[in-house]
Structure formats: C-alpha cells, structure tokens
Design a protein around this ligand. Sequence first.
Ligand code: NAD
Length: 449
Amino acid sequence: MHDVISPVTEQVVATVPSSSVEETDAAIARAHEAFRTWRAVAPGDRARLLRRFAALVDEHNEELAQLEVRNSGHTIGNARWEAGNVRDVLNYYAGAPERLSGRQIPVAGGMDVTFYEPLGVVGVIVPWNFPMPIAGWGFAPALAAGNTVVLKPAELTPLTAIRLGELALDAGLPEGVFTVLPGKGSVVGERFVTHPLVRKVCFTGSTEVGKRIMAGCAEQVKRVTLELGGKSANIVFADADLARAAAGAPGAVFDNAGQDCCARSRLLVQSSVYDRFMGLLEEAVKAFRCEDPALESAQMGPLISAGQLSSVRSYVDQPLFAGSAPDGPGYWMAPTVIEASSVQDRHWREEIFGPVLSVLRFDDEADAIRLANDTEYGLSGSIWTGDLGRGIRVARGVEAGNLSVNSNSSVRYWTPFGGVKQSGLGRELGPDALAAFSEVKNVFFSTEV
Ligand code: NAD
C-alpha cells in the first residue's frame, strides 16, 4: 500500500495499493485476452462506447477536478480544464474507429490494400504533473485504434486515473480493455517494458527514465513513444506588444507551479527593451496569485512534494524578484525570477520543473535563435514580435516540436504534440495519433487465373 499525500495540507488523503509484478502480469494477461474481442467490436460500437465514456467523464467533471485539487494541488480552474480535456480527447478519437481506412494502391496483376491493424496491449506510463490529460492522450487514441490499455499513474498522483478506470467500466467498456495499475515505476512500469505481450510503451516523464525505457524496449523492438523534459524559450523582440508579452509570461512558466514540460522557463529579451520589459514583468509576477488551489481566484498552487520543493529551491541563489506564496503547511514556493549571468548557469541549462524563470538578453534575431537552440531539449516555446516575417523565420529556426507566435499556448488536442532532440520521440494528439497505435498491413490479392 502507498499513502497519497496532499501537497496543500501535507496530510494523507488516500491509501492505494502498489501493484506487484505478479498482479501486473495478471492484468497484462487479461488485457491480452480482452484484445481478441475488443479489436473485433464493430467500429460504430467502439465509437459509441468511447462517446459514452466521454459523457461519463463530463458528468463527473467536478468530482474529478476536486480529486485533482486534493491529490495534486492543481488550481480548481486548471483541474476542471484537465477533466474536460479527457472528455474532449475521448470524443475526438471516438470519431476515429469509423474513419480508420487504409488505401487501395494500383499494382499490376491484382489488387493491393492496406489495413491499420491494432498493436495489442499498450502500456501507458504517466508522470505526476498532469495526471488526467497525459493519461487521456495515451489511452483514448490507443483504445480507438482497437488496442487494449494497461495504464500506470505516477506514485504521487494515482487518484484521478483510478477513477477514470472505474468510469470506463461504468460506460460499458468490457473488463480488461482499460486497466489502471497504480504502483512503482521500477515494478509496474518496468514490467510494461519487459513483458512480451505489451506491444507498445507510451511514456511521458523525465528524459533520464525515458532513455532507460527506450533501451529496454529495444530488446524486443517494442514500439515506443516518448514525451520527455523541456527547457523552452520565450523570446521577446523589441517590436512585440510588450505589455501583452509581459502579461502572459508568468502564466507561461508558473502555471501548475512550473511543473509543466512546456514551461517557458528561459526568457530571452531583446537588449534594447530589456529594462522596460523587466519592469512590466515584475508587476505581472507580483500580481500572480499563488494561493490555496481550491480558491476560484488561484493561479498557482504548491509544488507536488517536499522532495520537489527542495530540488527546485536548490536552483535559487540570488533572485532578481519574486511574487508571494502562503506560509504554513504545504509545499509552497513563490514565483521567482533570476537573471542568468551566462548560458552556463545551472538554472539556465537544467529543467527545474518549478516556479523559476531564468532571464537573459539577446542582441538580434540570429542571436535569439542561437540562444534558444543552445539546449539538449526541444519541446515548446513562444515568439513575440510585431513583424510577421520575423515570426515565420524564427518559428522555422527554433528547434522545438511546438511553437506559438504571439501566444503561449502549446496544447490543442486537434494538433500534433511532441518534442525534438532529447524532449522526445514521436507525436501525440492531432489527426495522426492513431498511426502511432496501429501497424500498417499490406495485402495483395492476385487476380491471375
Ligand atoms: P519520471 O520519469 O520520474 O516518472 C514518470 C513515470 O515513469 C512515473 O509513472 C514513474 O513511476 C515511471 N517510472 C519511473 N521509473 C521507471 C522505470 N524504470 N521504468 C518504467 N517506468 C518508470 O517523471 P516525473 O518526475 O513523474 O515527471 C516529470 C517529468 O516528466 C519532467 O521531466 C517533465 O518534463 C516530463 N514531462 C514531459 C511531458 C511531455 O509531454 N513531453 C509532459 C509532462 C511531463
């Protein structure tokens, strides 16, 4: 058994079982058995079941959101969005089973067709920072493509995933089609990698663990999708709407207390407007509301754990300025801004995964692109400019999977999401996600007599 601690109160909110290797093997065997029938469910019926699942998630939006506030300290506004995202992603991919068509390719001597075949059992491994959405980005397209799913939530944040597993059964998904297995990464997660009946691992988490998973999957040439760390840049040019860029910058890094793989944790500001921009930023950071996440007004809650808090604090030596945070119980840290003295500063280079923004100035466009790309990561980023041509040039020049120009939003379920370099491998969401959960089969029918 494992105690789940509220990061707001530091009290135990639930105790959940830690699945053993034997229990994991039994769940994988059941998922393998269920695959035989699930893949054969008519496309329209599979779509209907996923829509019913989405409707139940919608009916339980408030319950799921409150559970996330208790377990993870997410702000209530964010948590409602996150449960809504699971509903939307389920509805979006519920449209897929009836549209997952292959091709008919002209060839000599017969007819050639391709099929999208499901893979079998898919193992989804979820981190603690966005327990609901990241689970949904894996299980919804995997199920739609005809796979069965075993899902391991993070040890710190299993509660909403467990509830989603119950709702799936209530919606009528057959037993074994979607199983949530709380437990340790080194036990349940590792078993997804080593068990031959798990045909794909869909992993979101740290780059360090992702590399181990990729190496483990290589043993069986197992399919793998990796969504890993980030150190994304927010680039502000002198010709930008500085007031808008400054108003958006705190949310772009401090949302979810900075525990966001897409956090714009490196701020690059053009030298000629540096002082003016930093004045605007200071005002915005000081107005950012870090408070009890159950309050409707909260923009940021606590960090997830005592360990995370001490790790994040270790990066902050001489802050330039900071916002405020509550005292008392809870893993609180005020949103903090630090100036980088060079690109070698540890806080500039490493993914901190907390409410810390590092700032550096740049001279011109080429300098901005060079500095933005001077990292092993490449997940996300923002470009603020009033010059359309520059927006296009810089967006093409920055090495990242998801960029936004004059905006900080990275995630829309209609569009592909994923990283380049050490931020990941493969893409989730968007119209092509089904391809990552299918195998193309080619069949030639001879017409020779
Ligand atoms: P983590 O790598 O420690 O854990 C992620 C998951 O992997 C957890 O469920 C954990 O139990 C499991 N795990 C740990 N060791 C394992 C092993 N040996 N085998 C199999 N599974 C194992 O990451 P975390 O601390 O939970 O999450 C934070 C990290 O996730 C950050 O680096 C963040 O950038 C990244 N992240 C990336 C994205 C993205 O889409 N690119 C999204 C969210 C988070």
